[in-house]
Design a protein. Structure first.
Length: 340
């Protein structure tokens, strides 16, 4: 099994890619629904599902054409089984299993977070097992010990809002468009340090868990209690980003110390944040560890990480031509094993 088609449809982006086990990633393409959902200030699940229906097959044709391949060249199809929005997941699963049935090739159900977790392995240089991973993807903020494919140990996770939610909700309070995380980071570049001091929830909790709901409340109070001129908004954005990044960096360093490992992997959309990368790079130089990030194009949801995760899974387990499918909107990453 060499050529894997990957389909990602867990939320608001339709991603399709072709990964070759000997030649690497051949091509990937992505359709984002940001413009559509921006009108509503957040993801509308029904609209997301319909958009996946609209774009899944055209994107498959596009990657095949770009790679100079045909459907008959595909050896297996990997798709996101969960977690995510039920309707969106069902679109990707039904397209993958229907196409696989027509071609008489196997399917590989992939955990969305495993895709993010393994995405830095697509980059050069790539980390080697074992390593600590900070997963900061959408509604997830977790620290994991990764000893191999399917060998994941949860070290800590958020008890309420995730880091990405804290970015987006703070941005919304500041009047920024959806999704606001990247816009808040851009606004923060013009902010002045020291004017606002926002809390760092659970920074000294003694464990590796996170909490960001209190920070969101603090941002709300700062917005309500101050005039909303452009500089004030920038100063609040600066303080909000600084608080989130401080917590993520300090908890990651604690995880490295606790495990004794010297490699840290950052995966997920928040991993694209420049301030987070700058602080982790500085800490890595000072504390003698290595930090790895996915390429920026692989930080957000994408088909490449699903195709790659499917390829890795195909080496560990026997893939079957069973075209019945279900989706798992809620799916604990620790429930995975090497054989799943």
């Amino acid at each position: 099994m060499k050529l894997i088609l990957g389909i990602e449809s867990s939320c608001d982006e339709t991603g399709v890619a072709l990964y070759h086990t000997e030649r690497g990633l051949l091509v990937h393409t992505l359709h984002s629904q940001i413009a559509m959902h921006n009108e509503y200030g957040g993801v509308v699940p029904e609209l997301a599902s319909r958009d996946h229906v609209r774009y899944a097959l055209p994107l498959i044709r596009e990657v095949l054409q770009q790679a100079s391949c045909t459907l008959q060249d595909i050896d297996a199809i990997a798709f996101t089984q969960g977690p995510g929005l039920s309707g969106a997941l069902l679109v990707g699963a039904s397209v993958a299993c229907s196409l696989a049935y027509a071609l008489s090739i196997p399917t590989i159900a992939v955990h969305h977070l495993e895709g993010h977790l393994l995405s830095p392995l697509l980059s050069d240089p790539a980390p080697e097992f074992p390593f600590v991973a900070l997963l900061v993807s959408g509604g997830h903020t977790q620290l994991m010990r990764v000893d191999g494919i399917g060998r994941y140990t949860l070290l800590g996770e958020t008890l309420d809002d995730a880091a990405g939610e804290a970015f987006d909700k703070s941005a919304k309070l500041l009047g920024l468009d959806y999704p606001g995380g990247a816009l808040l980071a851009k606004l923060a570049q013009r902010g002045a340090p020291g004017r606002f001091k926002l809390p760092r929830p659970m920074l000294h909790s003694g464990d590796l868990d996170f909490s960001f709901s209190g920070l969101k409340t603090a941002v709300l109070l700062a917005v309500q209690q101050n005039a909303q001129d452009e500089q004030t908004r920038a100063d609040i954005a600066y303080a909000a980003q600084a608080a989130i990044v401080d917590v993520l960096v300090n908890k990651s360093l604690s995880a490295l110390k606790q495990t004794g490992l010297k490699q840290l992997v950052i995966a997920g959309g928040v991993g694209a944040n420049r301030e987070l990368r700058a602080q982790l790079d500085q800490a890595a130089q000072q504390r003698d560890f290595r930090v790895f990030y996915p390429d920026l194009e692989f930080c957000t949801d994408n088909g490449a990480m699903i195709a790659f995760a499917g390829a890795m899974r195909s080496k560990l387990q026997t893939v079957q031509r069973d075209y019945r499918f279900n989706v798992k909107p809620r799916w604990d990453l620790q429930q995975l094993s090497q054989a799943d």
